[in-house]
Structure formats: C-alpha cells, structure tokens
Ligand binder design. Sequence first.
Ligand SMILES: *Cc1c(COP(=O)(O)O)cnc(C)c1O
Length: 396
Amino acid sequence: MMNIPFIDLEAMHDEVRDELDDVWRRISRSGRFIGGEAVENFEREWARYCNTGHCVGVGSGTAAVELALTALGIGRGDEVIVPANTFIATAAAAVATGAEVVFVDVDPATLLVTPDIVARAITPRTAAVIVVHLYGQTADMDGIDATASSAGIAVVEDAAQAHGALWRGRKAGGLSHLGCFSFYPGKNLGAFGDAGAVVTDDGALAERIRRLSNHGRAPDDPHCHDIVGANHRLDALQAAVLSVKLKRLDAWNAGRRRAADAYAAALAGLPLRLVETAPGASSSHHLAVVQTPYRDELRRALAAEGISTSVHYPIPCHQQAAFSTARERSLPVVEAAARRILSLPLYPHLTDAQIGRVADVVTRALQNVACAEPEEVLGAANPDTVAAFSPTVLVP
Ligand SMILES: *Cc1c(COP(=O)(O)O)cnc(C)c1O
C-alpha cells in the first residue's frame, strides 16, 4: 500500500538542499543572528514579491496580526470583525490588543467573508476588519476595501495561507492597509521554525511595526525607547532560509495548482463540493478543501487506505471554549461547514498517481453512502449573524 502523507516538505527542501545547508554555515560565521543583512535582504525580497513598499519581518504570523492592529492604534474599546472560519490565531491576536472580537459568518461557496457580511457587522465601535484569505483563496477585496473606507475602518489581511495568491492580478497582502504573513513550516513559504512578516505601502505604519517588534527602539538610537514595544523580531537564520525558498515559491505554487486542478477533474460528479474560488481570485492552493455531508465516513475510508487528511477547522472560533461569551450566538454557515469540510493531501510534488489513488478511494467511499446534493443542505450566508467576544472576561 502506498501511503500518502498530508504534506511533504522533504521533496521541496531536496530541490534547494545545498543552498539550505549553506545558510547555517553563512549565518554562523556572520555573527549577526538577530536582524542584519539576512533579514534586510528577505524583507526587501518579500516586499518586492508582494508589490508593497515595505516589509517588516516578525517572529510569527500571530505576532504580525497583533502588531498590525496595534500599529493602527486599535485596542480597548474597539471592535474588530473576524470571520469565525479561521485559525484561532487571527482572533487571539486581536484579543491581545485589548479589542473586542466580533465573529461573522462566511459565504457558503468560498467559506470567506464578503463585503455584505462585513457591512452588516459594522457598528460605531468597529475599528477594523481582518480579512482571512483562507485555504489560499482571496476574498473580494475591492468590495471589502470600499465598504471599509466608506465606514472609516481599517482593513488588515491575514494572508498566512495566501503567499502568492492574487485578487484581480494583485498579490494577497498588498490589498489593504496591512498584510500579515506566517512562515510556519507548513505554509506555502515556510521557515525552519516560527517566522512572519507584515507588508504595507504605508512607511509610517511599517516604521511603527518595526519599533513595536523591537522593544520600542528608536531607529537611530537603540537605547532610546519612546514607545513600549515587545520582542517579535525575525531571526537571521529564518530569514536566510526564507530567501532560499522564496526563489522556488512560484514554481511550488504552480505545482499545487496542477494538483488542485487534477483533484477538481477527478472528483467531478461526486456528492462533494470543492471550496470555490471567487471570480477574480487566483488561489495559492494552500489547502485542497472539499465539503461533503459524509465527511467522517470519507475521512475514515481514506485513513484505512493510508491517506492522511486534516480538517481546517473542526471547531469554529466562536464555539471554542476560549471564546465562551460568543458561544451562544449561531453562525450557521461556518457551523455547517465545520461538519462537512475535509482537507485532502496537497503539496507541490504530489504525483498524478497519488491524486488518482486519492480520487479512487473517495469515489469508492462515496458510492457506499446515500447521495444528497450538498448545495441543498447548505443554506445561504445570513449577513446579520454575528457573535461578539469580549476580552474583558480575561481581565481579573
Ligand atoms: C498559520 C496561521 C496563523 C498563525 O501563524 P503563526 O505563524 O503560526 O503564528 C494565523 N492565521 C492563519 C489563517 C494561519 O493559517
């Protein structure tokens, strides 16, 4: 039996093994382990890749979101709109600023927020919306930017799953005031540990994030701290690894696209539905997510054949115990999706033979269960449904 892993980082690293091995030698001899040339180089390369004026390397994707909100002056008394269908870090980063998170539902086809959903959640206290380009897709950023600017609120992108994804030809992360990236090892561009970045066209915001991430240090005097910061810096080793891997990112994303297209062709006609990419969006294919009412049966059948899958995410944020004050509110699309979504193996070097085997097992598994049209079961998003989480419960 040919086991198929959920993700295969080794095949990617094999392509650049010598350069990656050289990173350790180079940085260990440079004596610059925090900041310095390696970090500056990667920041320049990542800003160029995202078509933004500035990039600040930071310690993680979570830190990127928290720093972005803090740099915008968001904190206690403010509301931040967050889709409930995201990794919990998006919401946790907003809570860390002292702001109140307002969870919203998502569109049933893309599982992303829409301009309409954002518009209905805006109150006089709303300071920002965090748009999450989940699975590598991009949300309707023209619509959301227009909605936000007429309401006078900021837009922050959580592009942790969307390295190289496009909205109408423009790169994710460069479509709002501040774009936040994670370089967690399993992301499309992954470090050898934790790493992240914030990109922006606003030089003053970039400067503020740099200070906040480096103990509030003034740029011209490391002993002068005119604001209180923290330590959320990017390591030189991680930056150098990222620079090596960045050269392969577009090729690896193309490999992901080939695999995702092959899945779409092989799975057509089955009682499951691939998460759709909105017209105007070009996905980075971080994850291959299908929705089916027979998710658990399907997952068991794949596991029995040695095929690893995952669920992103089985418990929506507003139903997590950590956000207990938001739990009684209902966000029907996110809740239904959490029971139906399954992430299939996806990585640049996934072979046609592997995809064929996954599709065969999926086909056989679904032949054994009654057929229902998932579209009929999934309701339309109700933009009026919001669930508020007040972080005050955390304060003693
Ligand atoms: C990975 C991820 C994060 C968190 O990034 P870290 O680098 O692990 O802190 C945040 N949001 C989303 C959508 C993610 O996928």
